[in-house]
Design a protein around this ligand. Structure first.
Ligand SMILES: [Zn+2]
Length: 295
């Protein structure tokens, strides 16, 4: 397909399956794409080879078998193995959740074509979607390297039944950058599993009996805001501990002037109590945050 460059008017050839191409003048031109590029077959049910009505047990069995077949250690294809993992991430929730997803309908796919791959991944995550990464090889001098050149479905289309959106990233050396992208994709899948369920649950029964978990709030505010809030609270807490330690040291000095041995005891006992409280508090906070607590 050929598109006219808006900057210089030259005809730019857009390769099949691409929605964006670079003009020789440096401008980026794009087509709307038809959403049926070479990269179809994203449906997690199709990837695992189960019907949309399959039970959780059937899905688990299919996943185990497909994972064995595609495992790179047993000569399988790593990309296929990743797709199987992603499909499992999407479908592993229980039957009621899957049914609800089917009934609740679809999610619009945000436009990430032309975006840098890492930004595109976080953009999709924010929209409650599961990014699945595919790579396409381009010339080493291409200005498209590291950018999303197509998505399935196309931007603006609806993603029914599941949140998986495949992004096609242009790379000159897929092998070298592959691992980095897979890592961020995998982390996204992990983060999303909870957020995803929360999003659907909220849509089903708006803020009824669902306590606002940290994940839900994080989804709404963006994870960075939650991290910043936690960071502020942690800093205030650290300040309070520092003040207590200062008081203990001052007391130890005052007592130590009169009786050095007693001053030393005040110092040691005081610091031991502070350290003990700190360690115990940190363990509790960590457990609370893992359970979905805000701070
Ligand atoms: Zn141009």
């Amino acid at each position: 397909m050929s598109v006219t460059c808006p900057e210089c008017g030259a005809a730019v050839a857009v390769p099949a399956g691409f929605m964006v191409a670079a003009c020789t003048c440096g401008a980026r031109v794009r087509t709307d794409g038809d959403g049926t590029s070479a990269h179809a077959g994203l449906d997690p049910y199709e990837i695992l080879g189960v019907s949309p009505d399959a039970s959780t047990d059937e899905i688990r069995r299919a996943y185990r078998q497909r994972a064995r077949e595609t495992h790179p250690d047993h000569g399988g294809n790593p990309d296929e193995f990743q797709a199987v993992q992603m499909a499992w991430e999407v479908l592993r929730d229980g039957e009621p959740t899957r049914t609800r997803r089917r009934q609740t309908g679809s999610i619009g796919v945000p436009d990430v074509v032309g975006m840098n791959a890492v930004s595109a991944i976080s953009r999709l995550r924010e929209a409650g979607l599961l990014p699945v990464i595919a790579m396409t090889r381009v010339d080493a001098t291409s200005p498209l390297i590291g950018f999303v050149v197509a998505t399935t479905p196309s931007p603006g289309q609806q993603r029914p039944h599941n949140g998986a959106v495949q992004i096609v990233v242009a790379l000159s050396d897929p092998a070298a950058l592959r691992q980095r992208l897979i890592d961020s994709g995998r982390q996204a899948a992990k983060d999303l599993r909870h957020g995803f369920a929360t999003t659907w649950r909220e849509r089903q029964q708006p803020s009824a009996d669902t306590a606002p978990t940290a994940t839900a709030i994080g989804q709404r505010l963006g994870y960075s805001t939650l991290t910043a809030a936690r960071g502020t609270v942690d800093a205030l807490r650290l300040g309070a501990y520092a003040a207590v330690v200062a008081v203990i040291m001052a007391a130890a000095v005052v007592v130590g002037v009169i009786r050095p041995a007693a001053g030393l005891i005040v110092l040691l006992v005081g610091l031991t109590v502070v350290a003990f409280t700190w360690v115990r508090g940190r363990r509790r906070r960590r457990a609370r945050r893992e359970r979905g607590g805000l701070l």
